[in-house]
Write a protein that binds this ligand. Structure first.
Ligand SMILES: O=P(O)(O)OC[C@H]1O[C@H](O[C@H]2O[C@H](CO)[C@@H](O)[C@H](O)[C@H]2O)[C@H](O)[C@@H](O)[C@@H]1O
Length: 379
């Protein structure tokens, strides 16, 4: 495990490098999306601006605002949307092309939880997935190795999904466990349990308590302990108080140079500065499944949030499989395709299951015919 040494000044800097700085957020909602695979360039000047003096708080608030779609409405006919759909077409419309590209390859499924399998709701404890979605994911896992990759702590996301046959990577991939039972893929994998940030547990616990205390004066704030990271939710906080909230979080973080901040959907995420994220978790899981140097693996990652970009980026760099971003609005993304909401994710997953079933049926029919021909030749 590599722990990157950083100064206090660099805490926000590390976010910028991860592509989640204010400049990126704002650009994402103002400009048409970049061509697939294009990189987000952030100049040194921008980084310095973000980190300097009194403007930092405004930038935090701008960034928090940018995570709220209510500030940037897109009509379905707008230029931005047209460009977005050209660069990131619906995975449902492109289904035939997708399965064509995966031909002869081993598909492996990676699914984010919030906003992907379950709809976004005000109360994080009530973000249940539907029985229909659970049934779909259960069937999916019968045909493809399947992992849930979430910012939540592993136990919590498991309590929502309740499928023992899946891989789980909680805390943004910092807590990985293999299927506890019933997966035919388990035998292919080594025993998996990986916690690259375990040294940070006491620090995360401490910071969680401090954040709880510092932010308790702000109505609607919600601090969630995700074991190896902490989420500060502002979905239910009056926008007028976002600046104050950012100030409190910043004042706590100042004392913890080994923690960094990233941002999700109306949530500030505090986590260790180790070089580990959902992209690394994806690679770790592929290795664990025995696909380390495999050219015929086809990983598909579906996610809705900024932290999922690390995984989309890894897939682009590997040139294997692709990412699908769940979003109704244009976003800066490394994903290749899009789906609008969890209900479309469910339809997509069902189509994959039906397609795989059909392939297997065809294969067994051909096999049967071969057996019959062999038998007739013997006679
Ligand atoms: O990686 P994910 O599985 O997408 O987890 C990311 C965060 O998801 C949760 O927060 C988000 O969903 C909540 C429930 O719908 C919503 O209220 C919140 O505004 C969203 O940000 C979860 O509570 C966080 O801990 C995760 O980090």
């Amino acid at each position: 495990m590599e722990v990157v040494k950083m100064t206090k000044q660099n805490v926000v800097d590390s976010d910028a490098k991860a592509g989640v700085n204010t400049a990126t957020f704002t650009a994402a909602v103002q400009k048409p999306p970049p061509a697939p695979g294009s990189c987000i360039n952030i100049s040194r000047k921008t980084l310095v601006e973000i980190n300097s003096g009194p403007r930092i708080n405004n930038n935090w608030v701008d960034s928090m605002r940018a995570s709220s779609p209510t500030h940037h409405k897109y009509t379905s006919l707008s230029e931005d949307n047209t460009s977005w759909m050209v660069h990131h077409p619906s995975a449902l419309n492109m289904f035939e092309q997708i399965i064509g590209a995966s031909k002869g390859k081993k598909m492996v499924m990676f699914l984010d939880y919030d906003g992907t399998l379950s709809p976004i709701v005000d109360d994080p404890d009530q973000a249940f997935m539907s029985d229909a979605m659970r049934g779909t994911v259960r069937k999916l896992a019968r045909y493809f190795p399947t992992a849930i990759v979430s910012g939540r702590c592993r136990d919590k996301v498991y309590s929502f999904v309740q499928l023992a046959e899946l891989y789980y990577a909680g805390s943004h991939g910092m807590d990985i466990e293999g299927p506890s039972k019933g997966s035919k893929y388990k035998k292919e994998a080594q025993a998996v349990l990986f916690q690259p940030a375990s040294d940070f547990l006491p620090m995360i616990d401490e910071v969680y308590k401090e954040l709880l205390d510092k932010t308790k004066c702000i109505e609607g704030v919600r601090v969630e302990n995700n074991k190896f990271c902490v989420s500060v939710h502002f979905r239910c906080v009056d926008e007028k108080e976002w600046g104050e909230l950012a100030q409190h979080v910043r004042s706590v973080l100042k004392e913890y140079p080994k923690l960094r901040l990233s941002q999700g959907r109306k949530v500030l995420e505090i986590r260790p500065i180790i070089k580990w994220d959902k992209g690394k978790a994806l690679e770790f899981l592929l290795d664990s499944l025995g696909y380390a140097n495999c050219t015929n693996v086809f990983p598909v990652y579906i996610g809705d949030d900024r932290t999922d970009e690390d995984a989309f980026k890894v897939l682009r760099e590997r040139g294997q499989g692709f990412g699908i971003l769940v979003s109704k609005t244009p976003k800066d993304t490394y994903a290749s395709y899009s789906l609008q909401e969890p209900s479309e994710v469910m339809i997509f997953l069902r189509r994959l299951v039906e397609w795989k079933k059909l392939c297997l049926r065809r294969q067994s029919k051909i096999q049967k015919q071969i057996e019959e021909i062999k038998a007739s030749l013997k006679n």
